[in-house]
Design a binder for this molecule. Structure first.
Ligand code: NAD
Length: 462
């Protein structure tokens, strides 16, 4: 029986980052992972492969739509789908191997197989039982479906199947206008598919700022995505070659039937804790099937901790990473902290969407007075040069103190720009602090400064 200071179950962004920090802090560390490669859903079948497909298809879109007007002439590229898949797989391979290298560098043992916790302080992998002073559960989440819809990963796919289709579909129905639906819907629309997104709510991109939702929908519509909002999918029937999606419009109860060769089910994910033995241990769960934890990520059983998608909070890789580092600090006898008020969210469509902190709506509902500085990319020279001048930056600040409470960006590189605001928020900055910071010209970042200026005496270029 091998003995460790900490055994982490799951090698996704939460688990592997936690392991590296534990090892750096001098703890003897092992990670249990049953997949063939490290990195979890994010690296293998999530964030990373989807970014490769988004990058490749965006390049295609630019070649088809923007090259000629920039004076770049010639035949548009055609799609070699097996090669695009090989490129995606290569990107995944480079990243998963990178984690393996980091494990070796930090002397972290990879216990290959699926882990269970037969008793506190014990982790079983296959026939072997290992001893651990502390256990961290970082088992992530899995796709969910809805009643009447069975995922076969061929005709009716989850995000995993959507990354490796045999060929791009001609007609695709996406159920759910959340992050996965919009990102993968964009990929296949750019590859020429007729994409219809069916969403239960009346808006796309749930949880995002209202102006961002409307602008994104308008832009994606121009890119060819069709939306049926306020419609509940009731069922999908499929044959070997086709699928039929039945949905009901909430406003009048009428039914619509959509025909497709691929249906993507993107209606959310749920914590994945199967096979761990949590029931037998008596680990307290929340009503939503998450592992209940305290402010230090401790579960109801001493010596067992949990992080990432398996616990409450946004199901985001970077949230899991931050919790992984923080719990490692706790296990090493230090203070671990995650500022949940400053966790950015990004949708990697074109243009990108990024958000951090409070929305105007939530603040109004809470009766908190705020001011809103909004700057359209139409006033940003750099955005116009790359045909992405349709979005905006919105900064929300406290009406009395000017402290930045949130930011919502739709525009070029929004997923990068948001971090300027995150750092400002971590330092408790005011909108004026951002407005007084010199920004290089011409950059997209200037739009962030202009939005901050708009919280005060006014933006210059609007
Ligand atoms: P989501 O929760 O973001 O969106 C699901 C959508 O499906 C919702 O808008 C919901 O109203 C809709 N829906 C549910 N039932 C429906 C029905 N019967 N008919 C029509 N619509 C229905 O979920 P997701 O897009 O599947 O993503 C899962 C998780 O993974 C999320 O937590 C997301 O944040 C995360 N994720 C993040 C990224 C990123 O950060 N870029 C990328 C992929 C996934």
């Amino acid at each position: 029986m091998a003995s460790y200071d900490v055994i982490i179950i799951g090698a996704g962004p939460g688990g592997y980052v936690c392991a590296i920090r534990c090892a750096q802090l001098g703890l003897k560390t092992a990670v249990v992972e049953g997949r063939e490669t490290l990195g979890g859903t994010c690296l293998n079948v999530g964030c990373i492969p989807s970014k490769a497909l988004l990058h490749a298809t965006h390049a295609l879109h630019e070649a088809e739509h923007d090259f000629a007007r920039m004076g770049l002439k010639g035949k548009s590229p055609s799609v070699d789908w097996p090669q695009m898949q090989a490129y995606k797989d290569d990107v995944v391979g480079q990243n998963t191997k990178g984690i393996e290298f980091l494990f070796k560098k930090n002397k972290i043992d990879w216990l290959k197989g699926w882990g269970a916790i037969p008793a506190p302080g014990r982790v079983k992998v296959g026939d072997e039982v290992h001893e651990a002073k502390n256990i961290v559960i970082a088992t992530g989440s899995e796709s969910t479906s809805i009643p009447g819809v069975e995922i076969d990963e061929k005709r009716v796919v989850s995000s995993t199947g959507a990354l490796s289709l045999a060929k791009p579909p001609r007609k695709m129905v996406v159920i759910g206008a959340g992050v996965i639906g919009l990102e993968m819907g964009s990929v296949y629309a750019r590859l020429g598919a007729e994409v219809t997104v069916v969403e239960y709510l009346d808006t796309i991109a749930p949880g995002m700022d209202g102006d961002v939702q409307k602008t994104l929908q308008r832009i994606l519509k121009k890119q060819g995505l069709q939306f049926i909002l306020g419609a509940a999918v009731q069922g999908v029937t499929s044959t070997r070659t086709r699928a039929r999606v039945t949905c009901q419009l909430k406003k009048d109860g009428s039914q619509t039937v959509l025909d497709a060769d691929v249906v993507l089910v993107a209606t959310g994910r749920r914590p994945f804790t199967d096979g761990l033995g949590l029931d037998a241990l008596g680990v307290t769960m929340t009503e939503r099937g998450q592992i209940a934890t305290d402010a230090h990520w401790a579960t109801s059983i001493p010596g067992i901790y949990a992080i990432g998608d398996a616990i409450a909070g946004p199901m985001l890789a970077h949230k899991a990473e931050d919790e992984g580092m923080a719990v490692a600090e706790v296990l090493a006898g230090r203070q671990g902290h995650v500022n949940y008020a400053v966790i950015p969210g990004v949708i990697y469509t074109t243009p990108e969407v990024a958000s951090v902190g409070e929305t105007e709506t939530a603040l109004k509902e809470a009766g908190r007075a705020c001011k809103v500085g909004k700057f359209p990319y139409m006033g940003n020279a750099r955005a116009k040069a790359v045909f992405q001048a349709e979005g905006f930056v919105k900064i929300i600040a406290d009406a009395r103190t000017d402290r930045i409470l949130g930011a919502h960006i739709i525009g070029p590189a929004a997923g990068e720009l948001i971090h300027e605001v995150c750092v400002a928020m971590e330092f408790g900055a005011s909108a004026e602090d951002l407005a007084l910071t010199c920004h290089a010209h011409p950059t997209w970042s200037e739009a962030v400064r202009e939005a901050a200026l708009a919280c005060g005496d006014g933006a210059i270029h609007a």
